[in-house]
Design a protein around this ligand. Structure first.
Ligand SMILES: *Cc1c(COP(=O)(O)O)cnc(C)c1O
Length: 458
């Protein structure tokens, strides 16, 4: 048998891509201040900037767009969407939003006030939304989740002893809610085990504090449970998902990930009083609660995507494809965050370019040079992206890891594209001694500076 089965789809609509010349790419980097967000997308050959909203829809989803019902209230696609999310999660109240961050904003606006939110790792918009509502985001991922070379199978797990201690010391007066990010995006797309979810539920229930999922990659997380956790190998993914959600009081979701669509999200929860409060805010900020900032056709595409994402062949391909890229790099000694996550490969920039000091952004240098060399767009997740000053001293804090993320859009690139990516990264690694660091020359003082700053080579 071949090592990997081919993609479980064939292609009936194509979007041409073109490799630019080295001179073109040089000019683009100079004009854009060596910031990957300033590169026009049609000047990118393989775009691994993010897996968010960049996936390909199926023919069934495209067909669904044609039966979009654009009635203001109670459109037929809303009922399909609501039933799908309710069957999937078992949660009572389903509130549609146009992105995941709006679901966060609505939830935190209703419950955070000035309280603490505990998470395995807050995603950047989640952290920003907790802070914006006067709250304090605390990360409690297990130690293995901070060690790039640990092979622990569930590096997204929350530290249960720390969680228990925080809840018993502070209680519901100080803690608004506990979240689990599935899979743990900021920690390398690493999964959380069912055992850890179950135990977190037990602890939070004991103290009367709600447990929510940041559920963007719930299907990828469930598939890792099937692959790695004893007792789940023969269970359908849909049942694993149902069990996961049986431990949650609610969830926020970006459908741009495991909804397999280009836009959309939702908030789902059991607390009826809270749902009523949130719906009023939803109407003020997004739209009526049967569309929530989306077109009827978008709701239909999400409903269909949420069925497709649970398909075992799809998930085997998805997780297998990311692992395939990781294996090629690992076999050629390229330093990586291990094991490969569900949606991305993360290069370990500290070991890739150890001669570049952290304040000259080794990860950004790798990302820029990978584009210059091969037309591939990736993103730095390290001290360039992470901007936080010490409250007392005003000193700039450092990121805990220096990474470059190669995020894989869903159903977009073939194994052959990923081979090109692997060969390009290996080639760059062989020339790593020639890489130079960068310094920020404009817009460096902002928590969102990675989107707007300009840099030059030192
Ligand atoms: C993408 C993402 C979000 C935010 O969702 P958007 O749809 O981009 O607003 C929140 N949490 C995690 C873990 C994510 O990956």
């Amino acid at each position: 048998m071949p090592r990997h089965l081919p993609e479980p789809f064939r292609i009936k609509s194509v979007e041409p891509i073109r490799l630019t010349t080295a001179a073109e790419r040089q000019a683009i980097m100079e004009a854009g201040g060596n910031n990957m967000f300033n590169v026009p997308a049609d000047k990118v050959y393989i775009d691994l900037l993010t897996d968010s909203g960049t996936g390909a829809m199926s023919d069934n989803q495209w067909a669904g767009l044609q039966i979009g019902d654009e009635s203001y209230a109670g459109c037929r696609n809303w009922f399909h969407f609501e039933k799908t999310v309710r069957d999937l999660t078992g949660l009572k109240h389903i509130i549609p939003t146009h992105q995941g961050r709006v679901a966060e904003n609505l939830l935190f606006g209703a419950v955070v006030h000035d309280k603490i939110v505990i998470n395995n790792n807050h995603f950047d918009t989640t952290r920003a939304n907790v802070l914006a509502h006067g709250g304090e985001p605390l990360d409690m991922v297990i130690d293995e989740g901070r060690d790039p070379s640990s092979l622990y199978p569930f590096k997204g797990n929350i530290n249960l002893a720390r969680l228990q201690k925080a809840l018993s010391e502070k209680g519901p007066d100080k803690i608004a809610l506990v979240m689990l990010t599935l899979t743990n995006n900021s920690g390398g797309g690493q999964p959380v085990s069912m055992e850890n979810i179950r135990s977190a539920h037990k602890i939070t229930a004991q103290y009367g504090i709600p447990l929510f999922f940041d559920a963007c990659r719930f299907a990828e997380n469930a598939y890792f449970i099937k692959l790695r956790e004893p007792g789940y190998a023969d269970q359908p993914v849909r049942d694993i998902v149902r069990e996961m959600f049986s431990y949650a009081d609610g969830c926020t979701m970006s459908a741009k990930k495991d909804g397999l669509v280009n836009i959309g999200g939702f908030l789902a929860l059991n607390d009826s009083a809270l749902a009523e409060r949130v719906k009023v805010e939803l109407i003020r900020k997004e739209g009526f609660f049967t569309y929530g900032g989306l077109a009827g056709r978008d709701l239909e595409a999400i409903a269909r995507g949420l069925h497709e994402v649970l398909n075992d062949d799809y998930l085997a391909y998805r997780i297998g494809q990311v692992k395939f890229l990781g294996d090629l790099l690992f076999e050629n000694d390229v330093p990586l965050l291990l094991p490969p996550g569900g949606h991305a490969i993360y290069l370990d920039a500290t070991r890739f370019a150890p001669h570049i000091p952290v304040d000259q952004f080794p990860g950004q240098s790798i990302a820029v040079n990978l584009y210059l060399q091969s037309g591939i767009r990736s993103t730095e997740i390290g001290s360039f992206m992470f901007y936080q000053r010490d409250k007392e001293t005003g000193r700039l804090l450092k990121s805990s890891m220096e990474l470059v993320r190669l995020a894989i859009p869903r159903r977009v690139y073939t194994e052959s594209h990923l081979r090109y990516v692997a060969e390009s990264v290996i080639e760059l690694y062989q020339k790593r001694d020639e890489l130079r660091g960068l310094r920020i020359v404009a817009n460096g003082e902002s928590p969102l500076r990675h989107f707007i700053a300009r840099l030059e080579f030192v």
